[in-house]
Structure formats: C-alpha cells, structure tokens
Design a binder for this molecule. Structure first.
Ligand code: COA
Length: 571
C-alpha cells in the first residue's frame, strides 16, 4: 500500500512504524504536521491509500480525512480520549492501560476503532512506556488494521459500541498542576509525578534557588533527610529527601533567560556552584541488585561472562559518563572472564555525544572535541581488548556515534524491535568518529558503507542484519532477548573453540594494525570533526541547538517527505 505517515515529529514510535511498514514492502512517505496547508498538499502530492498518524498533537484537517482514510494512534485504551493519556494513567496509578487505533473524524479521538491492545502498566517513566509498551501495541494495531484494509475491510467499530457514553475526555495537564509539594507528597507520589512528566514537560520546581524542570527519578532506599532538601549528589544526579524517603533526580532543564529555550542537562551541572556542603555519595561498580539507588553503570558476572550495563538518560554520553564507562570497562576487562557483554541501557544502547552538556558549555566546540575524544577512548579500549571476546547486545535503540561504538565489539546482537539511526548526517552533516571508518567497512564491506552512513532514515534490526551491522537478531520480548543473549554469551565462553576464535581475533587485529594503525583512523576522523566543530560552516552548531531545544520545524525534511521529491503522476 501507499501509506503517508503524518506526525508532529519523527519520534521513536513513528520511526518504528516506518521501519515495520518498510520491512513489509509498503510504499512510504512522511509528512510532519507543520500546518493544515502542508498536510493537505502532502496528501495531494503523494495520493496515499492510507494515512497513519503515529504521534499527532493536532487534529487532522477535514479536507484530508474526508479524502483519504486516516488512522490515528492514541496511547490509551478504547474510550480514553484527550492529549495527556499516559500522563493521567501514571498519575492515577492504573494497573493496566492500552493503545488504540482510531479513525479520524470531526470529533477528536472519537472516530471508529480499528484495533486496540491492552498491557500491564509498568511503574516506569512515561517516555519508557511510550517507547516500549505503547510502541509494541501501536505496531500490532497498525499491522492488524492494514491487514483488514487489504482484505477489503472499510470500517472500524463505532466508539459508541464499545463506550456507550462516547468515551471519557481527559484534558491536558497544566504545568502548575504537576508541581510536587515536598512538604507532604510521599515518595510514591513524587515518583509518579516525575514519571508522568518524563521526557516532556518535566516538573517545575525550585532546587537550591534554581528554577527549572526536574526529570528522570530513581528511587533511593537508604538516604534520608528533611523533606525537600538536597541531601547528596553523585554522577550528575542529586538526591532529594521526601517526607518518607528520598529520590534521585538525574536531569534538570534550567528556566532559560527570556527569549531563549530550555534544554536538559545533568542535575549537578545545572546546580553547579550551589552544591557546597552537600556530600557526594560515590558508589562502586555494583551489580545493580540490592537496595534501590541511582547507579548508571553496573557490572555482574555469570559463568565466564562479564555484563556491563550503562543506563545513560536518553543514551547521551557526556565526557564524565564516557570516563566512568571506560573505568568500568577496564575493570571488566581485567576480570577472569572470557566474554564481556556491553548491554547498554533498557531504553537506549547509546545515542553518542551528550549534546545538552555540549550546548551548555562556554565553548561548545571545545566541549564537542572533548566529548568525541572521550567516546573514542571507550571505542579504542573495546577494539584493543585482546584476551576476551566482546559482544554488544542492543536491547535499546542506538543513534549516530552510539551505533558505531557498538560496532567496536566482536559480535553485535540486536533485539528485534530496536530502531537504529546509523548516520551523523542529521546533526549538521558531521563526519563522525568512533573509528567508524575502520569498524563499518570491516563489518559490512566497502561497497555498503554508503548505504549505511549516507542514509538519513531509521533502520530496523532485520535490515541491520541484512547489511551486516548485526550478527544476529534476537526475540523482541525483553525477557526472551535477555535469555537468548545470556545463552549465546555463556555458550561462547564455554566453547571449546574459544581459544581459536580469540587467536583469530588477535591475528586479524595485528594484521589490520600493520595495514593501517587504529590511531590513523582516529586522527583522520577527528580532523574532519574538527572542521565541523571549529570550521566556518556552523551547520553542526545550528543543528545541535535546534535538536536539543526542540525547535519546531518549518517544513518536513526532504529525506522524509519523499512525495515532495517524487514526480507522482496525476490520474
Ligand atoms: N544528547 C543529548 N540528548 C539526546 C541525545 C544526545 N546525543 N540523543 C537524544 N537525546 C534526547 C533528546 O533531546 C530528547 O530529549 P527530550 O526528552 O528532552 O525531548 C530525548 O533524548 C529523546 O530523543 P528523541 O529524538 O525524541 O528520541 P527518538 O528515539 O525519537 O530519536 C534519535 C532517536 C537517535 C534519532 C535522536 O535522538 C537523535 O538524532 N539523537 C542525536 C544523535 C546524535 O546526533 N548524536 C551526536 C553525534 S555522535
């Protein structure tokens, strides 16, 4: 089918649906919802059989839904209506929730129902639920509906059949309604409020005199203090006491100066100069088990395998985070194991440099330079690991330098539902580093390098495997994925052929080092990056600012809006 994806932004859910529909051979184009005229024009140019709106903040223009069938993903169960569905579900502590595919008509979220899925509502951040349960449910709904349409189905089930009252409309949540009352809100309430505001908009608050929005809570079981007080800090995060416990907050968006825009940075960076007298509570490289606390990097071992997990918010890796990861990697590399699994985080494996920390720096050029070098140091340590096999196991999505960092490993395993963006082009056409000029051709062959790095579109795990970026695609369900990675890693550690595999790896590295030293790849890449950071062309700095401050776009980029490139014949 010819399908137009209509979305407020090309976010993770829209990308995943793009990947799934492309994999099924549908002809796709994307229009970002800039205004009614551009949406109407997109439909006129592309003449789609169907419009799917995975993430849309405004109503579809009547001229469009009267012309072509439009199906909208709503992140709520049948009968739920309104723009803050997941936020309300989390705040009200529902046990189960859902996602529904609704046909657009004159009444918001009240059209015919084409498909729906329910799921248990995990105690997790809205952005995590959105990227996981909602996304899986939305994909299932879209595929079911397309199957019905292809089979001749023309109409969904009227909402009034399922919800005789016409469903229940829940309004948007005003920002002031989200505030935490530290004098009386218990930890559970504080966590729920922060979870419901995760990603956007965050919780407005004043912390140590700084006005800003709080993000990304982690529960704390041990530390205690006067309610509302900042009682500790570690690894970029602050710990704040509640009336009955404490929570860690890892990121803050400081209130910007008038006329400027806000963006997220590590909490301790936002509070620089305000933390005097508040103790740092460093934490060792634990297993991630035991009392709840905030731990970004954790390490454990099972049967000859060392597992390194890194839960960096949004997959963004600052200089400090890269250094902590490198230290942990060196520890893992020195352990008497045979295999190291780089497990990344639940949501993201890595999205490369921390663009927020770079934006906040006095010299973003210098900060970018330091950040890319810090990531390169991690990649280099992985590439130079001579006495172990290293597996990158991507349970979460990866983008830009994060993808190429994974390719430094000897083997790359991917969860079936992840989305990769293995290119730097969208960030002001940066050249990129992370030794990609070595690891990418080594994996996919020189002929396919351009197909990876030159594309600006997201890629699923199956396509990544076809191109050679992944060695294996493992089940989408997380427990099955984790079990499959464990089985594979432990089998590899116990493999009688392990020593031979290791010898082959060493021989290859020595041979390739003799052909061209690793340092030469890095130096050449960094020379190109230097131009992006310090040269006359400001594209990277402009793109970073736009991305990190979520600047509304004025038109859909042409690599997405294929209908604006194609010469579609008129009937
Ligand atoms: N640094 C800082 N923040 C980052 C980030 C990075 N490298 N990558 C993602 N984020 C943040 C976004 O700003 C957004 O923050 P918000 O919650 O405040 O809106 C959040 O992560 C989610 O990002 P979003 O773009 O909505 O996620 P997505 O899953 O829809 O898209 C990517 C994934 C990878 C396509 C997209 O995040 C991206 O292009 N990231 C930048 C990658 C990059 O260029 N890195 C630098 C070069 S190495």
């Amino acid at each position: 089918m010819r399908i137009l994806l209509l979305a407020t932004s090309f976010n993770a859910l829209t990308q995943r649906i793009h990947v799934e529909l492309a994999e099924r051979g549908h002809e796709l184009s994307v229009e970002l919802d800039v205004n009614d005229d551009s949406v109407t024009e997109a439909v006129r140019l592309f003449r789609p059989d169907l419009v799917v709106a995975p993430f849309l903040r405004r109503a579809i223009p009547e001229a469009v839904w009267r012309t072509v069938q439009c199906l909208i993903v709503h992140p709520g169960p049948v009968g739920d209506r309104g723009p803050a569905a997941l936020d309300w579900a989390i705040l009200e502590d529902h046990a189960a929730w859902g996602t529904t595919l609704i046909e657009a008509n004159a009444t918001f979220d009240a059209g015919n129902i084409w498909a729906t899925r329910n799921f248990d509502l995990r105690a997790a951040a809205k952005s995590s639920l959105y990227r996981d349960e909602v996304t899986e449910a939305a994909v299932a709904c879209v595929i079911e509906a397309i199957g019905r349409i292809e089979g001749g189905g023309t109409t969904g089930r009227p909402l009034s059949d399922a919800s005789p009252g016409g469903g229940s409309w829940r309004p948007a949540i005003k920002i002031e309604e989200r505030e935490i009352d530290w004098s009386c809100n218990e930890t559970g309430t504080v966590m729920r409020k922060l979870h419901a505001a995760s990603g956007q908009p965050g919780i407005p608050d004043i912390t140590l005199g700084l006005s800003g929005r709080l993000h990304d809570p982690w529960p704390e079981d041990v530390l205690r203090g006067p309610a509302g007080a900042v009682i500790a800090w570690r690894d970029g995060a602050i710990c704040r006491a509640t009336v009955d416990g404490a929570v860690w907050i890892t990121a803050i968006t400081p209130e910007p100066a008038t006329g400027s825009r806000r963006f997220k940075i590590p909490a301790t960076l936002a509070l620089a100069g305000r933390l005097d007298g508040i103790p740092e509570q460093p934490i060792g490289l634990g297993t991630g088990e035991g009392p709840n606390t905030y731990r970004e990097v954790s390490y454990r071992e099972t049967n000859g395998v060392g597992w390194l997990s890194f839960e960096f918010l949004n997959g963004a890796m600052s200089v400090d985070q890269c250094r902590r990861l490198l230290e942990a990697y060196r520890y893992a590399a020195a352990r008497p194991t045979k295999v190291i699994v780089l497990a990344g985080g639940r949501e993201f494996w890595s999205n490369g440099m921390h663009l927020g920390v770079i934006e906040a720096a006095a010299s973003p050029g210098d900060a970018s330079w330091a950040n890319i070098n810090a990531i390169d140091d991690v990649a280099c340590a992985v590439l130079l690991t001579a006495d172990k096999l290293v597996i990158a196991a991507l349970e979460g999505n990866a983008g830009a330098g994060g993808v190429f960092l994974a390719l430094a490993a000897d083997q790359v395993l991917m969860r079936n539902g992840i989305v990769l963006n293995p290119h730097y082009k969208n960030m002001g056409n940066l050249f990129g580093s992370e030794y990609w000029t070595y690891v990418l051709p080594r994996r996919v062959g020189p002929d396919r390098v351009e197909a990876v790095i030159g594309s600006r579109l997201p890629m699923g795990a199956a396509a990544a495997q076809r191109l050679g970026l992944a060695d294996a695609v493992l089940p989408n369900a997380r427990p099955a994925f984790r079990a499959a990675v464990q089985e594979h890693a432990e089998r590899l550690a116990a493999d009688p052929a392990f020593d031979r595999l290791l010898a082959q790896k060493r021989a290859r590295r020595e041979r390739e080092e003799a052909e061209k030293p690793l340092e030469a790849y890095r130096a050449e890449e960094l020379e190109r990056m230097r131009l992006g950071f310090y040269g006359f062309d400001p594209s990277y700095h402009v793109a970073r600012w736009r991305f990190i401050t979520r600047e509304p776009i004025a038109r859909t980029p042409l690599h997405l809006a294929r209908h604006r490139l194609l010469n579609v014949p008129k009937t």
